[in-house]
Design a protein around this ligand. Structure first.
Ligand code: UD1
Length: 347
């Protein structure tokens, strides 16, 4: 049984990846400081898979704590690094919080990996590194652009740091995965996205509006050059994304990499407009959504969708869930999550 360390394993994408890894018989060890997640997620993962992942409440900006942890887990075959702050707006308000947390965490992580001989790193990057696309679909060869936010910059700098560390250390290998727009939740309704406060992203805003937590959804702009005027994104089911991480880890462990540092886009290859997402949600939930068209949101790009050929070929992976699957599972989660939280508060 190969041991995999998952930082940020109680978070949204992390928890789904832990489940997918366990289902493929990997032994998972989670490191998370719980700043944006709950230890209850470890229980939920156990309820889904029947296996409790080991959990260590460690803040990765504390170098000594992380070194102690790695001393115990130097036999791990790979690290998947999700642990990071990710709110775009907050990062603009508090850039140093983002640079300290996301960059220092990565420096300490790679230092410890090198010290203890854990040589495979998977990095949770973002399509945000492409900025405004020069051409579509976005291939991994498209150029990256200056980031629009400190959050986006931490992803870009993270990729650059990894590239340099790989160059300097012949035994160290890494793969960055650039996610497009992850939505959806596990079919059990036991894990999913839990935004703190008012959601910034489209899908949680839709489901929170439908359940009555928000009055209305504002649709940002209908004057884009797209089929219905609203912006286009490549939404991908988080369970598909989790599966891609399992394939990525397999590629590393089986030494199938074609270069010591590789980059893959993770998307479906299909763009959907905001109104198409809303229509899909209304269809799968049977609920009418209260929404209103307003002006564009600052910093938004018109269209983004991935070329998926490289990931399809090299990772032997393809997204299989449809937009309807995604919106249905997000709604299932929204309807269950507060029940779960109430249950937790009694325990
Ligand atoms: C955003 C971030 C991106 C980050 C990603 C993480 C920005 C500019 N980009 O991507 O850096 O990696 O989240 O998930 O914040 N929309 C509405 N109404 C809403 C919310 C969103 O119309 O209340 C629209 C947006 O204008 C956009 C689409 O829905 O066209 C998707 O928005 P969102 O879910 O926030 O994702 P991105 O902006 O693509």
């Amino acid at each position: 049984m190969h041991k995999i360390i998952v930082t940020g394993g109680t978070g949204y994408i992390g928890s789904h990846t832990v489940v997918a890894l366990q289902e493929k018989n990997y032994e998972v060890v989670i490191v998370d400081n719980l700043v944006n997640s709950s230890e209850k997620t470890v229980d939920r993962i156990e309820e889904i898979t029947g296996i409790r992942p080991a959990f260590f409440p460690i803040d990765m900006t504390h170098q000594e704590g992380l070194r102690k942890f790695f001393r115990l887990h130097a036999d791990a075959k790979a690290v998947i690094h999700f642990a990071a702050l990710k709110a775009v707006g907050e990062s603009v308000q508090q850039p140093l919080l983002y640079y300290r947390n996301n960059m220092l965490g990565m420096i300490n992580l790679m230092d410890a990996m090198l010290e203890f001989g854990v040589q495979n790193l998977v990095f949770s990057s973002s399509a945000t590194v492409y900025g405004t696309p020069d051409s579509l679909p976005l291939t991994e060869k498209n150029s990256t652009k200056p980031a629009l936010s400190p959050y986006g910059n931490t992803k870009k700098i993270g990729e650059d740091m990894i590239e340099d560390v790989v160059k300097a250390n012949p035994d160290f290998r890494a793969i960055s995965l650039r996610y497009f727009n992850p939505i959806g939740a596990h079919k059990s309704g036991k894990i999913g996205e839990l935004p703190s406060g008012i959601p910034n992203n489209l899908m949680p805003f839709i489901t929170q509006t439908a359940i009555g937590l928000r009055k209305e959804l504002l649709v940002f702009g209908d004057d884009y050059d797209t089929p219905d005027g609203t912006a286009v994104r490549d939404y991908i089911h988080v369970v598909d994304l989790a599966e891609a991480h399992v394939k990525t880890v397999g590629r590393m462990i089986n030494q199938q990499q074609k270069a010591d540092y590789e980059i893959f886009n993770l998307g479906t290859g299909k763009g959907s407009t905001v109104l198409e997402v809303i229509k899909s949600f209304e269809k799968t939930s049977g609920k009418k959504l209260n929404y209103r068209i307003v002006g564009r949101r600052d910093g938004d790009v018109e269209q983004m969708y991935a070329a998926t050929d490289l990931a399809n070929q090299e990772l032997n992976w393809k997204a299989k869930y449809s937009l309807d699957d995604m919106t249905a599972s997000s709604w299932n989660w929204e309807q269950k999550v507060r029940g779960l939280e109430e249950q937790d508060s009694f325990n």
